[in-house]
Design a protein around this ligand. Sequence first.
Ligand SMILES: [Zn+2]
Length: 428
Amino acid sequence: MSMYRRYNYRAYPTRGQREALSRLYGACRYAYNWALDQRELMRRRHGRMQSCTQLSGMFTQWKTNPGMEWLLAVSSTPLQQSIRHADVAYRNFLRLYKAGRTHIVTNHHTGKKRRTGVPRYKSRRDGEQSAEFTKSARFKVEHVDGCKWAFLTLPKIGRVKLRWTRELPSTPNTVTIMKHADGSYEASLTVQVDDKTDAPKPLHEACGIDMGLGSLMSIVYTDGTREKIPHPHTLKHKTRRLRKLDKQLAREKKGSNNHAKTRLLKAKTYGRIRNQRRDMAYKLAFRVAGENQAVALETLNVKGLARTRMAKSLLDANWTRIIDRIRQLGVQYGRTVTRIDRWYPSSQICSQCGHRGGRKPLDIREWECPNCGIRLDRDWNAALNILDAAGLAESLNARGGDVRRGLAQAGRNADACETGTHRTVSLH
Ligand SMILES: [Zn+2]
């Protein structure tokens, strides 16, 4: 079986190329918004929609109208792709609408009403700008072995320099060239690859993972070891700087040069946070999926939790991305990834005797089971319960009750603790 994978590289376009790209992004936005408009018009007038091919044909006609020459000056493939993306967005919306899953919300400040899920127009002011080229655009990637730079040739843009950080396994199918809010460029290439070709050898048979606010991950392994991975707190470190920039922005006049400069600085700080978070999530997911043949996780209600006052530390924790990445790698490496229902009371049950105590406030890190008297660590106990619920604890149980007890017990004197905690993963 083969699948698509993305390979991203930082791109360094020249000044001329940046101008050409900016024109291309403008045209792509125009095509996207145009397609949304056509869809809506057609639906209102006739109650039905054009196919994506029809829309593409209409756009090709539209480009020949007087005053539309600027659309002819850029490569046509990214424009067709934008129309395709608008088509997908609109179809997704209609599907939700028909299923009755959209509703009308009112903006408290402006009093404006809008329906949720309606695809939005793309704007020049959006932080992210992108254009996608397919194979039919005949783009080209050239790299000389051992060289730290590569060249990506795009029609009507030219040869764009890429920082070559890893080898491509084969010829890419599509390339998306993106501009981020901080002004940096990135090329994202999709490549068809055979899966399971580069799966690392697993170290552990199975593990159970509890994700929490105390530590990012608490992991118990069936061989009797355990470990906690601390939160990286990327955002926290940068919050002070962001707050300072916000104050500065408030003082500066809108539209002034200094205002624009501060805005760029702010975007750069956010860009750095974004990169660090992604890097952290990918490294951690790679380790978890690489080291374990089977992984048990909890399904989290991230959106629900994000509404509470823990929102910032939670979103910083990057949970959804880590879990998604673990699942993705799990498929790639042929691992079993089991997700436990989020209503499963993993932190209420004693993993040793099965006694179910009530809910505990989040600040209680350790608790004593009233039934068997063991002092439990909240996170490790939950992780062990998750391992149980996934049906993966068999070989652990075969190791005997002492090993099992050690896994969930609070305190550093527990045998299992030592092997685990010394292995720390660098998250930055
Ligand atoms: Zn108990």
